[in-house]
Design a protein around this ligand. Structure first.
Ligand SMILES: NC(=O)c1ccc[n+]([C@@H]2O[C@H](COP(=O)([O-])OP(=O)(O)OC[C@H]3O[C@@H](n4cnc5c(N)ncnc54)[C@H](OP(=O)(O)O)[C@@H]3O)[C@@H](O)[C@H]2O)c1
Length: 198
């Protein structure tokens, strides 16, 4: 990407599972860049884990919960200090209900969305000029998606374009692609006993 971009780029390789070094590296990156206006947290993993293998569950929690929270904290502290900024997290439609085959993934995305809502309430109540956006994709054709019979799978290009537009419009929550709002609505109203039978 750096070689393709016409503007100056700054690169830092970060393993978000190591939260202490993530915070240090991100602080350094922000300093090198002379501040940032927007922070998009996209790093995430998901495992099909029907056997509830702890290593896989832990990796998901370390990345999607601890890593996410560490990065969000660095961004928020910087934006509060600077008096402006935009924090974007990529959670998922999966955040709405629990999963039998990937329980840690869905739970981690519920954490992300809930955390972002908490931050949006914080900025509203403290009148901070900071925007909080929660991007909630359905299925996007990337390495993260496992299994067959995937429906409404968007191309990464289409998903990226809709995500970009939602960020520009400073949306609080957006579904990618847009029609996933229907699934989100259904998932929210479906009673537990019916959801368990699906
Ligand atoms: N694809 C979907 O259908 C879908 C649906 C809902 C939500 N999402 C969310 O969208 C986000 C992006 O996923 P994607 O679909 O673009 O999948 P992806 O192609 O697998 O990308 C995942 C990204 O996360 C990075 N990452 C994973 N573990 C990391 C770690 N420990 N430290 C730093 N970076 C790490 C990966 O970096 P490396 O390449 O260096 O490993 C990669 O860039 C994720 O949060 C995912 O949960 C995706």
């Amino acid at each position: 990407m750096a070689s393709e971009l016409p503007t100056k780029t700054y690169i830092e390789t970060i393993d978000v599972k190591n939260t202490e070094s993530t915070i240090q590296s991100l602080d350094k990156l922000i300093k090198d860049m002379n501040g940032i206006d927007i922070l998009v947290i996209s790093a995430g993993i998901g495992h099909i884990n029907s056997s509830l293998d702890w290593t896989l569950e832990k990796e998901t929690i370390d990345t999607n919960v601890s890593g996410f929270t560490a990065i969000a904290g660095v961004g928020m502290r910087h934006f509060i200090k600077n008096g402006a900024g935009h924090l974007v997290g990529i959670s998922s439609i999966a955040r709405i209900r629990g999963s039998d085959i990937a329980p840690a993934y869905n739970a981690s995305k519920a954490f992300m969305s809930n955390y972002l809502e908490g931050l949006s309430r914080k900025v509203a109540r403290e009148k901070l000029p900071i925007t909080i956006t929660d991007i909630q994709p359905g299925f996007v054709d990337t390495a993260l998606v496992k299994g067959d019979k995937i429906f409404w799978m968007a191309s990464p290009k289409k998903a990226a374009k809709q995500t970009y537009n939602a960020i520009n419009r400073k949306k609080r929550i957006t579904y990618i692609t847009k029609r996933w709002i229907l699934i989100a609505w259904l998932l929210k109203i479906l009673p537990g006993y019916l959801y368990r039978k699906l």
